[in-house]
Design a binder for this molecule. Sequence first.
Ligand SMILES: CC(C)(COP(=O)(O)OP(=O)(O)OC[C@H]1O[C@@H](n2cnc3c(N)ncnc32)[C@H](O)[C@@H]1OP(=O)(O)O)[C@@H](O)C(=O)NCCC(=O)NCCS
Length: 195
Amino acid sequence: MALPLPLYEQKEIGPLESRDGKAFTAVIGLGEELVAQLKAYSLNQEDSELQNNSSDFTRFGEGSYESWYAKERTPFALVDPENGKLAAIAWLGPKPLGLDSKKHLSPEEQEQYEKKLESGNWHTISFRSYPEYRGTGLMKGFAKLVIQEYKKHYPHAKIWAITDRSNPASIRLSEALGLSIVSETDKGRVTMAEQ
Ligand SMILES: CC(C)(COP(=O)(O)OP(=O)(O)OC[C@H]1O[C@@H](n2cnc3c(N)ncnc32)[C@H](O)[C@@H]1OP(=O)(O)O)[C@@H](O)C(=O)NCCC(=O)NCCS
């Protein structure tokens, strides 16, 4: 199977358990039903942790999942088999270490982007758990499984993530995945990467 999968294709990659022993199903690719849930969660203004720590409101809520998907991102989902609810997502894709999305870069940086992409083999990971499931100890196992599956397809990939000093859950989770801090801006933006 080549990645990314065709749009809306979804395949099971394994079972997972939360800390209290509840069963979940991990999948690669999001079918239309999961995309609809992702959009609804992203528009949820009551989820201040999501709104303060991500751009998902504009990325998936107002924006088009289909255009985002076309940027060579591979999404994974964790689903509650009892009710089909989306519990968490994670996605990976090639991106030079420490760089912002291409559209936010200066013309000089954009020129360097492709060169850095080819030479570095860096891929970013992003993750979200949704309110009902957040803090239940699901994310470490899920994100580890996701990276393991991704590396079957990109065996030379080195993983990095960007987060904020003010987001301890994200920093703690990234550390548990084997990423460590490589740089921090004076505004508290933290780049974490595999060594
Ligand atoms: C970041 C996020 C995905 C972590 O998910 P989660 O559901 O809290 O994950 P888990 O329950 O599996 O916990 C992961 C680790 O973080 C720790 N953690 C969770 N919340 C924490 C907090 N508020 N302060 C400190 N550590 C915390 C847990 O103890 C656990 O570490 P451990 O296994 O060593 O005990 C989730 O908080 C989230 O979706 N936040 C909103 C969106 C976001 O910030 N995404 C990341 C953007 S960079």
